[in-house]
Write a protein that binds this ligand. Structure first.
Ligand SMILES: Cc1ncc(COP(=O)(O)O)c(C=O)c1O
Length: 460
């Protein structure tokens, strides 16, 4: 029998167009353009179905820290598959991979944390954090204290609530979002949002003052928490001013507002410390992580909560009779076993030490591209960075229409065997953490070729 809609031929590309609804894709363009099919991976490289090799400069979606083909993770998954291929942890049930992983994460937390809740994605982890914050304030008898602060250009996920936290227009537009009680404050991007002649320090002070003004306007008793990525990722890789989080946190403390560190990208060594919170000086009440938790090999995420939040949840669940939240696959044993092995490898191979040893080469090649005629700003830290392409370097004037230059460089990089990610006209790089110094140079050599090839097209 022919499946509905299958007028297509038998090639994978035509079957893709016939059957797959792609995330984050121009679906109209896809109907003609079709997919790029990736067949296999090895180290920091992936190979398409024509055998062409690419440096995966984005570690897939900011996650494949250990690169492709890490046999120990394959073994950890296989072993666990054989022993207990799946089980849940609802209603007092448990299993060792989940217990071991929770214990391990609590031991690694950047500030004292009490308990770990497991989910399957960054979005689910952040969605869970919102629910815990609401539960917590109900437990404390503060039913009005429920609004959540986020920031313009933040990325916290795509569920109804977390897409609302995300501060990017395409995640809201025509999805009827954001939902109520979510407020977006300022993005700490000095290059774009700093005033003429304003130092980074003065910019951070102004943002903290603006945050306080926003809180006062909304009513401090109505604001429960603020979510923040240590370094903003999908919003264009924004590294905040050095004193930004110290100043922001002083304001939050003053009004008894919780801080959630979204470590979905920054966690596990990306910024040169084990947690992004350590790099930027965040002391979160809740920490969410995913992606590099399992080197992206299996879907798993975690929410770590402070003892105060955990105690409030205990009290609510005693009153109600249960803690009415959980996913079928919370702490899935195979995903948990792979995550645990990932964390063991990080320790044994001193992944943070490795990031620190190669980050200077990465950052110096990145920052050197600030001199390129198309680049307005080169920004980054550790093994994450972005180049913002501009039409005029002196005036910082963006290209018109927005996104065309980014898409062009993205395509040219791909032609040159490098996968990057264009976020508007910012080109992001976030390679596997195991990248060597020689591979960093290859990455930037390919990127430079792509940028050079874009000059005549964009400058005519
Ligand atoms: C900082 C941050 N938070 C949350 C998410 C959402 O994670 P997921 O795509 O696994 O739902 C992402 C995804 O890129 C992210 O970068």
């Amino acid at each position: 029998m022919t499946a509905p809609g299958s007028t297509a031929g038998n090639s994978a590309a035509s079957r893709d167009k016939a059957f797959v609804l792609h995330p984050y894709t121009n679906l109209h363009a896809h109907e003609t353009q079709g997919p790029m099919i990736i067949e296999r991976g090895e180290g920091i490289h992936v190979f398409d179905d024509g055998g062409k090799d690419y440096i995966e400069g984005m570690a897939s979606l900011w996650c494949v820290s250990l690169g492709w083909g890490e046999e120990r993770l394959v073994q950890a998954a296989t072993k666990q598959m054989r022993q207990l291929s799946t089980y849940h942890i609802f209603g007092h049930k448990s299993h060792e991979p989940g217990i071991d992983l929770a214990e391990k994460l609590i031991g690694l937390a950047p500030v004292p944390m009490s308990k770990v809740f497991f989910a399957n994605s960054g979005s689910e982890a952040n969605d869970t954090a919102i629910k815990l914050i609401w539960y917590y304030n109900n437990a404390l008898g503060r039913p009005e204290k429920k609004k959540i602060l986020s920031r313009q250009r933040a990325y916290h996920g795509v569920t109804v609530a977390t897409a609302s936290l995300t501060g990017l227009p395409n995640n809201h537009r025509d999805f009827d979002l954001p939902i109520a009680r979510i407020i977006h404050g300022d993005c700490p991007h000095h290059y774009r949002n700093g005033l003429e002649g304003e130092s980074e320090e003065a910019f951070a002070t102004r943002l903290a003052e603006q945050l306080e003004a926003l809180i006062l306007a909304e009513g401090p008793d109505t604001i429960a928490a603020m979510f923040a990525e240590p370094i903003m990722g999908a919003g264009g890789v924004v590294v905040p001013p050095a004193t930004y989080f110290a100043k922001i946190q002083a304001v939050l403390k003053k009004y008894d507002i919780l801080l959630v560190a979204d470590e979905v990208i920054c966690g596990f060594g990306r910024t040169g410390n084990f947690w992004g919170s350590q790099t930027v000086g965040m002391q979160p009440d809740i920490l969410t992580c995913a992606k590099q938790l399992s080197s992206g090999y299996l879907p798993i995420s975690a929410v770590m909560v402070s003892d105060a939040i955990y105690r409030a949840c205990v009290e609510e669940s005693r009153k109600i009779g249960t803690f009415g939240h959980g996913y079928t696959y919370s702490a899935h044993p195979v995903a948990a076993a792979v995550a645990l092995e990932t964390l063991n490898i990080y320790e044994e191979r001193d992944i943070v030490g490795h990031v620190r040893s190669v980050a200077p080469a990465f950052q110096s090649r990145l920052k050197a591209l600030a001199d390129h005629p198309l680049v307005g700003e080169a920004r980054g830290i550790g093994l994450i960075g972005a180049l913002e392409l501009v039409a005029d370097k002196a005036t910082k004037t963006p290209f018109d229409p927005p996104g065309r230059a980014g898409a062009l460089v993205n395509g040219l990089a791909q032609d040159n065997g490098l996968i990057v990610r264009a976020m508007g006209d910012s080109i992001a790089l976030c390679p596997p953490l195991v990248i060597s110094e020689a591979e960093i140079h290859q990455t930037f050599d390919r990127l430079t070729k792509a940028l050079d090839a874009a000059v005549p097209v964009l400058r005519g």
